[in-house]
Design a protein around this ligand. Structure first.
Ligand code: SAM
Length: 259
């Protein structure tokens, strides 16, 4: 088995294709994320941190709720975050696994980042230590569920996506299903979690995003014989077929508060 090299070494995070993939991700998953964020009652003046901000939509919403000067957005790649800086948000190149606390916060949120990180339970402890007393940590984690697929072709392609992400990136595709226990283990209180599973209908944004995400692993999967071109094309054709529906991606949102 080849060694895991991490998200930012496996994925070219600065291409226009990756920007489009992140914008599509935001369009699909922001409504659930915003319900979670707004449910915590963010108010003007709250100090907020968005970790691994990607293309920046959730930090932008935090800025609307809390005031731009109260929001810090971090990532290893800042390529798509200039509009946040222009808004007055503090944008930092910052590695959540190793760098110093970027402040003290009433709310820390991160989506689809810890899934891919080594030592993710230690990262939760790090972020918990950056909270003010009473401050909230809100995590969103993706979990793939190829076993629930409605068709053998997409079951196979989702299983290959999961396997390559696990082996090459270090992604823990099932870890989200353990939440909120890791938040309790980090000493947080009032912990709770909720899963969201959306239908991936052929031709619609989630099906396109699953296809674009599978394309990230395509060169490795083809080169190592995990799947053939024909098998991938069969799955991609289903993702374009309006009568096709699949349920293979769950987002788990989990929250906990510093006592
Ligand atoms: C799958 S993308 C998710 C982007 C964004 N959170 C969203 O949900 O729209 C993962 C993001 O985490 C960032 N990232 C990866 N490792 C990181 C680290 N150690 N510290 C901070 N950000 C990291 C990547 O650069 C990328 O922007």
């Amino acid at each position: 088995m080849s060694q895991a090299i991490g998200w930012n070494n496996f994925v070219d995070t600065e291409t226009q294709a990756e920007h489009r993939r992140l914008r599509l991700l935001e369009r699909i998953f922001d409504p659930f994320s915003l319900r979670q964020l707004e449910g915590l009652g963010v108010e003007p003046g709250w100090q907020c941190l968005e970790v691994g901000a990607g293309a920046g939509s959730l930090a932008r919403r935090m800025a609307e709720l809390a005031g731009p000067g109260n929001v810090v957005a971090t990532d290893l790649s800042l390529k798509f975050l200039d509009p946040l800086t222009e808004l007055g948000v503090t944008v930092l190149r910052h590695d959540v696994t190793t760098d110093e606390a970027p402040g003290e916060f009433d709310l820390i949120h991160t989506r689809f980042v810890l899934d891919h990180l080594p030592g993710r339970e230690d990262v939760i402890k790090r972020m918990a230590s950056w909270l003010k007393p009473g401050g909230w940590l809100l995590l969103e984690i993706g979990t793939t569920m190829p076993e629930l697929s409605s068709h053998p072709a997409t079951r196979r392609s989702m299983a290959v996506l999961t396997r390559v992400m696990t082996e090459r990136v270090g992604t823990a595709a099932e870890w989200g299903r353990t939440l909120p226990v890791p938040l309790e283990a980090a000493g947080l209180v009032d912990c709770a979690a909720e899963g969201s599973i959306l239908p991936a209908r052929g031709g619609e944004p989630l099906a396109h995003w699953l296809m674009n995400t599978t394309k990230l692993v395509e060169p490795h999967a083809l080169a190592t014989g995990l799947i053939t071109r024909e098998q991938l094309d069969e799955a991609f054709a289903l993702y374009e077929t309006p009568s096709f529906v699949d349920y293979t991606w769950m987002t788990v949102a989990a929250r906990g508060r510093r006592p």
